[in-house]
Design a protein around this ligand. Sequence first.
Ligand code: HEC
Ligand code: HEC
Length: 294
Amino acid sequence: MSSTNPNVKMVDSHTGTATTGHEWDGIQELNTPLPRWWLVILYATIVWSVGYVFVYPAIPMISSFTQGMFGWSSRGDVASELNALKALRGPMVSALGGASLADIERDPKLLTFARAQGKAAFGDNCAPCHGAGGGGSKGFANLNDDDWLWGGKAEDIQQTIAFGIRSGHPKGREGSMPAFGRDGILKSAEVSQVADFVRSLSGLSTEASFDKAAGAKIFEENCAACHGSDGKGNVETGAPNLTDKIWLWSSDKATIVEGLTNGRGNVMPAWVDRLDDTTIKALTVYVHTLGGGK
Ligand code: HEC
Ligand code: HEC
């Protein structure tokens, strides 16, 4: 029952609004105009989108995309923000670069900055071996205590970090514990005696077969050169203090015997070619102030 001739404009008598001219069972469709505010927004967004396409990177091409009038990119934005951050930190970084280790530790502002930089670099480079807080693990030195294999002064630590330990770097720290058992320097009974002697140095229990005088003699002849006659270790050779209840490996007899049989000497890499001087300095300060710097 479309009753209409499309050329005649029909107006709904109730609302006064024009109809579309369609009618179903007496129901007419009103041709209500779109609200003005809605149309304004629609046209504004169209104008905006056209502008946007010209100004910003927008249309994907085969191997690239339209670059926009100013060549802006989100990646470029990140780069410039990073540069701004660098510029902000620049004075601190160059102050750090120019200061000696002693200067840094005397200046609270520089010290805080160095520790923060050092902590970040430690997480990235050192934590896999030394643990997140420098606590270490079996064979990987604990950096929190005041027991140092290679010296705990800031300069010693810097040297260790820069050139490593058994790292193959010509300036690296050298010296390993010989494989007394494997190389036939000591018989297994002697290894057992001297292992017990080592345990006795820090008051640990020894086996019934232990003969202190025999153990002490083996120690003096084979071990004192590196560990010292008193067993207190030597930072020149990296030989640990055996009297202090702090163990690089472990205090149980089996572990000590294993070390004496096969030798010991874990590798710490050199960082001088991988990290810049300022980062190594920041790491030194961080490690030195971790717990027990000397
Ligand atoms: C691949 C493992 C590894 C990584 C990575 C590593 N270290 Fe070490 N580090 C060691 C080992 C193993 C030792 C102990 C060497 C030894 O037994 O003489 C050590 C020893 C040290 C020592 C000497 C401790 C002492 O008692 O004298 C310092 C300081 C140190 N590391 C700092 C660092 C810093 C800082 C980093 C990061 C830049 C780092 N290490 C990364 C393995 C590592
Ligand atoms: C050439 C020097 C040298 C000689 C000689 C030597 N040591 Fe060592 N010793 C070391 C070094 C270096 C280490 C640490 C190795 C490492 O980084 O793991 C070590 C580690 C040890 C450890 C492990 C300590 C710990 O904290 O876990 C024990 C125990 C030990 N030595 C006992 C002996 C005994 C006993 C002898 C004599 C039979 C001996 N050493 C002879 C250099 C030496």
